[in-house]
Structures are given as structure tokens and as C-alpha cells.
Design a protein. Sequence first.
Length: 389
Amino acid sequence: MPAAAQDLRALARVLADDSRLEDDGRDVVLDLSLTQAVPYRVFVLDEPERVVLDFREVNWAALGPDFDDADQVTAVAMGRGDAGWSRMVLSLDRPMEIAQAGMETDDTDGTAHVRLRLSPVSADEFAELAAHTPPGVRLPPVPVADTAPPARPEGGPIMIALDPGHGGVDPGAQRRGQDEADLMLVFAIELREVLLRSGLFDVVLTREGDWFVSLPERVTIARSAGAQAFLSLHADALEAGRARGATVYTLSETASDAASEALAEAHDRADLLAGVDLAGSDDEVAGVLLDLARLENAPRSEALADHIVAALDNAGANLHRHPRLEAGFSVLKAADIPSVLIELGFLSDAEDLANLMDATWREQAQEAIRDALVAWAAEDQAQSALLRQ
């Protein structure tokens, strides 16, 4: 049966030096040290035999190959699980039960320690345990088809997809030893915390570490989480000319200007680094239907962008002289999710770069985006009610 910890909501990081997976006689013991306590659940799955640990949420980036030293565990996989959860899966070479599962929190520094002990059982006993999957868990967590996201329960949290641009083989813009991919991941993780703590939002990130995610997969991750809005986060650089300040883009096949068109082309080219071919993804009929859906959804995206620009301006964030632009960014082409791309600044501008590295500036910008989402969601709900009438 699942084991659950305190009802907390925050991002935790693994402390690799104090974490290990090893054999202990006939048992397997997992010790996982985290920077803070988060809710978790543990259960087993059959065919093949696995143990699943879901955390809300954990960044796995610190764990290396030396972490797994258990002969009875054939593989360890870590990554994004169901919406708002991070998942670790232990593949077993024999049926085992969860003999112990617990989390202890250090009162002095807030760190948490999870201990899991697995003991051998018969195949029949394991099958019985595997029949008790926690309710509401989607297994396995796989991308879904290009269909509308599940409806949000009335009064429930609004699911926001945050998309930190670039990552892995594609570092994005680079200036003065700073990578766009790293800066945007930090901003996205912090923004997630701001949104979660408001109590009004749930959040999914398209990536939680320095790894490559293709443009179509970013949209699929958002859709599979049931996102009601998609925010792609960037901070580019210009090789020539001067530009500074934040810009918010919505989708258009015709770019607002030559610079916007060049940015969109550069972003799309990033997929070629991983051998992803964006061409020919829609047949003619499907393409027409998707274009119609995007046309219907476009005013919602534009309203979201307008709220973000206004909130950033009210917060005193530096804005580009043309803060609202349009371009054909592939990552904005979800037909059913209001989507915007936020260029938080230009790494080629010293002041913009300094702002992105300043925790106080980031917090002000993140709170402005939160306020924009709150205002947009209220307006969007009112508009939806009028349409239903």
C-alpha cells in the first residue's frame, strides 16, 4: 500500500553524498536524502516487477551512476511522473514487498531522509500488492494524443506549464560565462514555487534539469498534464545591434519584424541538434482543423500576453520598446492551450543579464507573472461563461 508523508508543496533536491541504493542481505535498502520534506507515495507494479516512488517534487540532477549499488535492482529510472510529480522507478530481478517506508525531517536544517526497505516475497503475494495502485495515478506516464486536456474541476488549481527554453546539447544564448538554458531553468523553478505558494496554481515543468527536450515534446508534456496555459521562457542575445528589456510573443505565421522572425527560426533550428524533423507533422485535413482551433484559441493567448506585459510594467521590470510581438515559434502551436513565449531580456545587454542573475529582480518578475496569470484566469473564466450563455 502507498506510504505518504507530510502535506507540503515545494521543490526538493537530492543530496547525493547521503543517498544510496544497496543490498542488505536478502533485502534492498534505499536511502534518499533531500533538501526538504515533500509529499511522497510508494507502490509496486507487476509485469515487470517494479517499485515506484513519486515525490511532489524532486530534482534528480545530482544523482550519478554510483548511486545504484544493489544487485537485486536491475535498473533505476528517474524523471517526470504524473502531473506535478517526480518519479523514481526501481526495476527488480525478483518479487519484493515494501517492508519499510518512512521520511524523517531534521529539525535543525529542514533536510529530509527517506528510507525504503524491500524484502523478498512470493510471486502471488507481489501480484496482490501490485493490485493496490494509489487512486488517480496514471501508469505508465506517457505522452498523450493531440487531444483536448482534461477539464479542471470547478474551483481547483489552474495547471500552468512552464517551459524553460533550450537545455542539454542546446545551451541557447551564451554571454559572459552564462547559458540561457541554465538561467531559464533557475527562473522556471523559482516561478513554480511562487505559483504553488499562491494556492491557485499547479505547475508542470517541461524539463527539470540540463537535458534536451524537443519542441513537440514540450507541448506534449503540457497537454498530458492538462495545462490551461503554457509559458515558454527565454533570454536571447543579438549578434548585432542593441536590444534590451522583456518581450512577450504570441503565435503568428507572419513575424512582427525581421528580428522576431530570426529568433523563431533560431529556436526551431535547435531541434535539429537532436535530429528532430518538424516538417510534415500534420496531414492536410488535420492541419486545417488545427489551424481553426488555433484561430479560436488565439484571443485567449493574446489576452494572456497583454496581462503579462502590463504586470511586468507595473512591477518596474525593464520592457522592450515593443513589448508585444508575434512570430511563428513552433513551441506556441498547441491548438488547445493558450500559449505565450516570454523573452525576459537579452543576454547581450549587460543590464538585462545582471537582472536575470539578481534574485530580487527575478522575484519581482515572477510575482508579476503570477499576478498576470491570476488576472487572466479570472477574465478567461468570465469570457467562457459568456460564451456558454
